[in-house]
Design a protein around this ligand. Structure first.
Ligand code: PEP
Ligand code: MN
Length: 370
C-alpha cells in the first residue's frame, strides 16, 4: 500500500526525517504487521508492505486513511475493498429478473420517471418491451427536490408495477427512500433503486444490503468516484453482492444540460471495480434531444446497461416530463445500442419471445368493471 503523508512540522524539506511526527502511523503499521519505507521523503510517500502471501484487508486501508497524517492512499491494490477489481475478481454479473448486467451483457431499463397512472404505465411497459427493454422502471416513492411536489403514488403505485410485470413479463426496478419501506418495496420489486439523494444514507444502504435483491445504486449529485464506490461497499459489506452502479450525471456550472454525464468516470469505474455500471442519460441531459447521443456514448465507454425515461405524453406528467422520450425514440436508441454492442463483442439482453399468456387486460380494468 502507498500512502501520501502530510507534515505539520515547520520545515517541510526534512519533515519525513522526523519519525516522531508519524509515530501513530508507524505504531499502527507494526500492530497490523506492515513494514514501512519512505519511497520519497520530500513528497512524503510511504510504502507499507506485508510478508508475502499475507494480504491486508479493506479495514486496514480505512484505519490508515483515518489517521490525521495521511493525506491519501495512492495505491491499495494489496488491500482491496469488496468493490475493487483485482486480478482474481473479473466482471460480476448482476441479474434483474432474467436480465444480465455485466460480463458482456447489456441490460436495458426503461419506463416513466414516476408511476402516475396505471393505464399509462402499462402502455409504456408494452411499448418499451416491444422496443427491446427487459426491465421496467417507475418510481412509487419519489425523492423530489421540493416537499411540495408530487411525492409518488406509494403503495398503489407498487401494485401498478406488479400488475405491469404480470401483464408484460418485464422485471421491475423502483426506488426505495426510507429504510422502513425496504421490506415492503422488496416484496414487489425485482430490484431496488437507491437514488442520488440517498447514496450517502448509510442506514438505507445497510438495510438494502441485508436483502439479496439487486441494488441499482445511483451516484450522488456531487459524489466522487471513491465516495460512490464506498456507498456500494456498504451494501456489499452488509452481505448483498448484487450491486449495479449507475452514473446519472453530476452537478456542473452550465445549465445547457441538467447535469454533466461523467463518462470518464464510467470508464474509470470499469477499471476500478468488478461491479456492472449502467448509464442514465435522462437525468444527465434533462432534455429529450440529447438522450440518444448520451446513451450511445455510455455504451461506447463500456457501460453494461442503460436506464432511460420514456413517456408517450410527457406534457401530462408531474415528474421529469421535460426529459422523457417517446417510445419510438427509445426504439431507435435500442437499434443503435445493439449495433454498438455487436462492435464491442457484447449482446443486448433480449426480451422474452411473447407476453405471458392470458394477460391481455389490465387487472385494474377488471377490478373496476361493473
Ligand atoms: C429517478 O430515477 O427518477 C431519479 C429520481 O433519479 P436520481 O436519483 O438519479 O435523481
Ligand atoms: Mn426521474
Amino acid at each position: 500500500m502507498l500512502l501520501r503523508l502530510r507534515s505539520i512540522s515547520s520545515s517541510s524539506a526534512n519533515a519525513g526525517e522526523n519519525p516522531a511526527e508519524f509515530e501513530p502511523l508507524f505504531e499502527l503499521a507494526r500492530e497490523l504487521g506492515y513494514r514501512t519505507r519512505f519511497l520519497d521523503r520530500e513528497r512524503l510517500v510511504l510504502e507499507l508492505t506485508r510478508q508475502a502471501g499475507d494480504a491486508g484487508g479493506p479495514a486496514d486501508r480505512s484505519r490508515f486513511e483515518d489517521l490525521g497524517c495521511v493525506v491519501s492512499v495512492l495505491d491499495a491494490s494489496d488491500a482491496p475493498e469488496l468493490t475493487s477489481r483485482t486480478a482474481e475478481r473479473g466482471d460480476t454479473v448482476v441479474h434483474i429478473g432474467s436480465t444480465a448486467f455485466g460480463g458482456g451483457s447489456i441490460g436495458l431499463i426503461a419506463g416513466p420517471c414516476a408511476v402516475e397512472d396505471p393505464a399509462d404505465l402499462l402502455e409504456i411497459a408494452r411499448a418499451v418491451r416491444a422496443a427491446g427493454a427487459t426491465v421496467l422502471r417507475g418510481g412509487a416513492f419519489k425523492p423530489r427536490t421540493s416537499p411540495h411536489s408530487f411525492q409518488g403514488g406509494g403503495v398503489d403505485a407498487l401494485a401498478a408495477l406488479a400488475d405491469a410485470r404480470e401483464f408484460t413479463g418485464l422485471s421491475i426496478v423502483t426506488e426505495v427512500l426510507d429504510p422502513r419501506d425496504v421490506e415492503r418495496v422488496a416484496s414487489v420489486a425485482d430490484a431496488l433503486q437507491i437514488g442520488s439523494r440517498s447514496m450517502s444514507n448509510a442506514a438505507l444502504l445497510a438495510e438494502v444490503g441485508a436483502t439479496q435483491k439487486p441494488i441499482l445504486l445511483k451516484r450522488g449529485l456531487a459524489a466522487t468516484a471513491r465516495e460512490f464506490l464506498l456507498a456500494a461497499e456498504y451494501v456489499l459489506a452488509a452481505g448483498n453482492p448484487n450491486v449495479i452502479l449507475c452514473e446519472r450525471g453530476i452537478r456542473g456550472f452550465d445549465n445547457v444540460t441538467r447535469n454533466v454525464l461523467d463518462l470518464g468516470t464510467v470508464a474509470h469505474l470499469k477499471t476500478a471495480t468488478h461491479l456492472p455500471v449502467v448509464v442514465d442519460p435522462s437525468h444527465a441531459a434533462g432534455r429529450p434531444d440529447l438522450i440518444a447521443p448520451l446513451a450511445k456514448a455510455g455504451i461506447a465507454v463500456g457501460a453494461d446497461g442503460l436506464i432511460i425515461e420514456v413517456h408517450p405524453r410527457p406534457a401530462s406528467v408531474h415528474s421529469d416530463g421535460a426529459q422523457a422520450i417517446a417510445p419510438s425514440v427509445f426504439a431507435e436508441i435500442v437499434k443503435s445500442v445493439s449495433a454498438l454492442a455487436r462492435l464491442e463483442g457484447k449482446i443486448v439482453a433480449a426480451p422474452r419471445a411473447s407476453e405471458p399468456s392470458g394477460t391481455t387486460k389490465p387487472r385494474e380494468a377488471e377490478e373496476t368493471a361493473p
